[in-house]
Ligand binder design. Sequence first.
Ligand code: FAD
Length: 318
Amino acid sequence: MKVTDYFEKAHGETLISFEILPPLKGGSMQAIFDILDPLMEFKPPFIDVTYHREEFIYQVKDSGYYEKVAIRKRPGTVGICAALMHRYGIDAVPHLICGGFTKEDTENALIDLNFLNINNVLAIRGDARKFDGKFIPEEGGHHYALDLVKQIQNMNEGKYLDPNITDGLQTDFCIGIAGYPEKHFEAPNYSEDLSYVKAKVDAGADFVVTQMFFENAHFFKYQELCDKAGIKVPIVPGLKPVTRAYQVNSIPRIFHVNFPEDLMKELKKANTSKAVKEVGIEWCIHQSKELKAAGVPCLHYYTMGDSKTIRRICKEVF
Ligand code: FAD
């Protein structure tokens, strides 16, 4: 079923969904089941599985020189999606990125998904690789998520890259995109950023999932501005609890989001790692309850492999 159909069927009730990462190469599918089994009591209609492009690392050669090699540390997105659908009878939403894919690769990946009966995708650009400085698309690939959305929508209309395919199968992908309540860090301003969200929705995107945020006011403002800009699709807030002291610096650096002063005050008072985690969990519970009361379609938790913490939050909220 499509993600947006679940929202419609819920008639205003807030649903729960989770995002998981594929295990590091060499890891097992059981590790994913161990994260998700304890969360199934919350009946998530869908689970997102992230996609990880190859990264560059420097390996020391026998000669003592360094060699730059590309490796994919977390492969397996599509296989995991198929395994989740099989085990839990729910829908899986693979993330599909522009980085590392030619248009042909994208088309073939979408054909695989369609054959596996995976009808939801989150279409995103991907970040710059370490050492690249800025996002560099694959030669013959897409520069922006907007172009990826257009390609998926074309396939939904039976249009393939090969113009000789005149009666191609029409896929039926429900397309999610990313949204940034605190603005995407590369965008020159908020309205420019929103104009691309609008363009993606006009091109066929069906719903938005947001970057994490720690102040609900950012989300509510984002909802309002989207509405004013004519973006009428469901907007799903993404949430992550702070669980470790170092995240006070790493989360803003990596995800380009702010920590509100009240949260910082509480975190500074916490002088053990356990106390920091308590503050983070309580904050996330408070955020979740307020968003639920405001009638968001779904609370989307970034599990980061920590099902115990996410389970505790969900138990308090639902
Ligand atoms: P885009 O929509 O392409 O936007 C990128 C920037 O370009 C923005 O500043 C935008 O304002 C601007 N822009 C957009 N379109 C145009 C245009 N046509 N012309 C000029 N400027 C334009 N990354 C991964 O690698 N794997 C994942 O699984 C993953 N999952 C994610 C899930 C969520 C919910 C979110 C919020 C992010 C995720 N990311 C993931 C990170 C994401 O890839 C990065 O945030 C990336 O920098 C931007 O992706 P986007 O789809 O928003 O890009």
